[in-house]
Design a protein around this ligand. Structure first.
Ligand code: EPU
Length: 336
């Protein structure tokens, strides 16, 4: 294992923010992780996966430990399901494609989400009507301080909308080592999301398959979301805010085009992208920080923006949405 000093993190975060880490090392096994945890015991440390959900606003005066635990393994199967374990450092989309090739269903709606397997339970990734909590069986995580390996069941993760126990109660305490998914041998398609149905139709698909659903999702994402290889971003910068039905009705009366989706508990999730667009931010750019022209929920770095530039822009957006609609936006992206 090589420990590097004072290196730029630009290529290690999808926002492409150019900050420096005092120490940087990658681990591929649990043993290597243990070794690094000992070496860095006196310092501040941050475990990084694909770096696709973080905004760096300052240099890291400590260690970046990059999770590169690889490997995909079929560990068990029965008539209906396969149980597949993937290392936290496996690229998420590569994992999705691996499953599709073998006809294992359940993650096709989550195609092309940037980042690695380890982040999937961390923030309960979701898109087009599916969330990881629907397919995650269990995971193994390593407690950095107690030096113990713990198994978390699906229930233990306390999943919520872009939430898990690892984002709150256990923030910065565990390193996710691997994740086991329970996938179906016979697909149960979820094409409830209008855009998927429309795309499948436009593609002329007569017979549904998980490959076709994946291709439709890839098309939709590519048309709306900027590719971090070319324009720095971390997907949705904010969560879609939840309001009471009463509040929704009042807003809808005032803004008939307001977009909202009913939650099962009677509350309503508002489309933050719509709220932000209505405040005039879509396509806005100041220096190299901007609000994406095709999806206002995505903030972007056109090249040399600093984390603080993006953060300031996000704060101005929160303020204007609050002023216009009385709705508070919450960040989805982690801040460092
Ligand atoms: N909308 C606008 N203007 C915009 C953006 C969106 O009016 O600039 C409207 C759209 O017309 C649509 C509604 O808002 O009626 C929802 O838009 P979209 O389908 O693009 O989804 P989203 O709610 O903005 C969420 C997730 C995405 C996920 C998509 C698809 C969150 C925070 N974001 O976005 O996840 O891909 O749904 O399921 O829940 C991510 O988490 O990083 C992410 C990209």
């Amino acid at each position: 294992m090589q420990v590097e000093q004072n290196i730029s993190l630009r290529q290690f975060n999808s926002f492409g923010i150019d900050v420096t880490a005092r120490r940087f090392a990658a681990f591929q096994t649990e043993a290597e992780l243990q070794e690094l945890l000992h070496a860095s015991a006196q310092d501040q440390r941050l475990v990084l996966g694909g770096g696709s959900n973080i905004l760096f606003t300052k240099d890291v005066d400590g260690w970046i430990l990059k999770n590169e635990i690889k490997g995909i393994e079929l560990i068990k199967e029965d008539d209906a399901f396969v149980y597949v374990r993937a290392g936290a450092g496996v690229n998420w989309h590569a994992f999705v494609l691996y499953c599709i090739e073998r006809n294992w269903a359940g993650v096709e709606n989550l195609s092309l989400i940037p980042g690695n397997v380890g982040a999937s339970p961390m923030q309960n990734i979701g898109a087009y009507g599916v969330e990881i909590k629907e397919v995650m069986e269990e995971l193994e995580a390593y407690h950095m301080h107690d030096e113990a390996k713990i198994i978390f069941s699906n229930k233990d993760c306390a999943f919520g909308y872009r939430e898990s126990v690892f984002k709150r109660t256990y923030r910065n305490q565990f390193v996710i080592l691997n994740v086991t998914y329970k996938l179906r041998k016979q697909p149960v398609f979820n094409i409830s999301y209008g855009a998927i149905r429309e795309e499948l139709e436009a593609m002329g698909i007569k017979e549904l398959s998980i490959k076709a659903v994946s291709n439709a999702v890839i098309k939709i994402r590519s048309s709306k979301l900027p590719d971090p290889k070319f324009i720095g971003n971390a997907g949705s910068f904010f969560k879609n805010p939840t309001v009471s039905k009463q509040r929704y009705d009042a807003l809808k009366a005032q803004y008939p085009l307001l977009v909202g989706y009913a939650n099962t508990d009677g509350t309503v999730k508002l489309a933050a992208g719509w709220l932000i667009e209505q405040c005039g931010w879509k396509g806005y750019r100041k220096g190299d920080a901007g609000c994406h022209a095709k999806q206002a929920l995505v903030l972007v770095n056109y090249g040399t923006a600093k984390g603080i530039d993006v953060l300031e822009l996000s704060e101005a957006i929160v303020k204007s949405v609050e002023e216009k609609f009385g709705v508070e936006l919450e960040r989805e992206v982690n801040l460092y």
